[in-house]
Design a protein around this ligand. Structure first.
Ligand SMILES: CC(C)(COP(=O)(O)OP(=O)(O)OC[C@H]1O[C@@H](n2cnc3c(N)ncnc32)[C@H](O)[C@@H]1OP(=O)(O)O)[C@@H](O)C(=O)NCCC(=O)NCCS
Length: 262
């Protein structure tokens, strides 16, 4: 019975070509590999997205919460025709991008999440997903929205996207922008980079293991809360959360008993 119901709940993905992996050298000399991941790699990505749900700065919180749900939806077969690409530096997870096919001609850009700031890895990963929609899925246009001012600057302004305000986007029903094939061809020489095939050793390293981001965005330290946390429950929880997000879980001093505080 439950097996039969699962067949109804689970969408059947339409067949699609895969994104051929590519690599590029960043301004600092590091080599970035961008590749498509399959469902079985999603559990290795989720733990690195989850902490960003607590980072308000630059709207990481809302984007990470949505990306988490979308990746889980992909993993658990609850999204139609989704794909996920990752960018890795020496195996380290640096960016996650995803989207889906709305129909054979129209693509939907879901999210771009950079886990290593200041290298434009998010911009490169976004360009790669547009390359996937146009060069491999052969679509006519991709519907896009921004959830942050940096996203707006990166996509709407750098690509000079067209307004499609009459079309609500899947992300919250807000007015869409469109990246058309004409726009893509215009920006191809400047915004799209990368070489193929990826050298075998480089690709093997990327596929071997998704390594944790070495310097992911973190919430600011709340020093006042940390001080208060020595003697109140709420503060202790906050301090513990900061330590876990900082990657160094430590024992937190138990709050003193009421009698001892008098
Ligand atoms: C939007 C995003 C994907 C762009 O990624 P990116 O191309 O790798 O760019 P970065 O985030 O590293 O840098 C963005 C700007 O912040 C600056 N910056 C660099 N290091 C930074 C740091 N440690 N902290 C904050 N800002 C930093 C950069 O100089 C850059 O400025 P520029 O636009 O003038 O070049 C990324 O900012 C991100 O994941 N943001 C949160 C989620 C989000 O908004 N996604 C897009 C939804 S539409």
């Amino acid at each position: 019975m439950s097996t039969d119901l699962e067949k109804i709940l689970r969408p059947v993905d339409n067949p699609a070509p895969i994104f051929p992996p590519k690599y590029m050298t960043l301004a600092g000399g590091e080599t970035l590999v961008i590749r498509q991941v399959d469902r079985d790699e999603i559990p290795d990505i989720l733990p690195h997205v989850e902490p960003l749900i607590h980072v308000e700065r630059d709207f990481y919180d809302i984007v990470a919460a949505r990306v988490y749900a979308e990746l889980l939806g992909y993993y658990r077969y609850r999204v139609q025709d989704e794909y996920v690409l990752v960018a890795q530096l020496d195996g380290e997870l640096c960016a996650v991008v995803n989207g889906r096919r709305f129909n054979p001609e129209v693509g939907v850009s879901l999210h771009t999440l950079s886990l290593r700031r200041g290298l434009r890895v998010g911009a490169h990963a976004f360009a790669a997903k547009m390359e996937y929609h146009f060069d491999y899925l052969k679509q006519k246009e991709v519907l896009i929205v921004a959830e942050s001012p940096i996203g707006f600057r990166r996509w709407m302004i750098e690509y000079k996207l067209e307004k499609r305000f009459e079309t609500p986007h899947e992300l919250g029903g807000v007015p869409s922008f469109a990246l058309t094939r004409e726009i893509f061809e215009r920006v191809r020489p400047t915004l799209l980079t990368g070489h193929r095939p990826v050298p075998a050793n480089l690709l093997a390293k990327a596929k071997a293991k998704i390594m944790p981001p070495s310097d992911p965005p973190k919430p600011p330290m709340d020093l006042m809360a940390a001080t208060r946390s020595q003697s109140d429950n709420t503060g202790s929880a906050l301090l513990l959360q900061r330590q876990v997000l900082g990657g160094q879980p430590k024992a937190v001093a138990k709050p003193k008993k009421a009698a001892a505080r008098r």
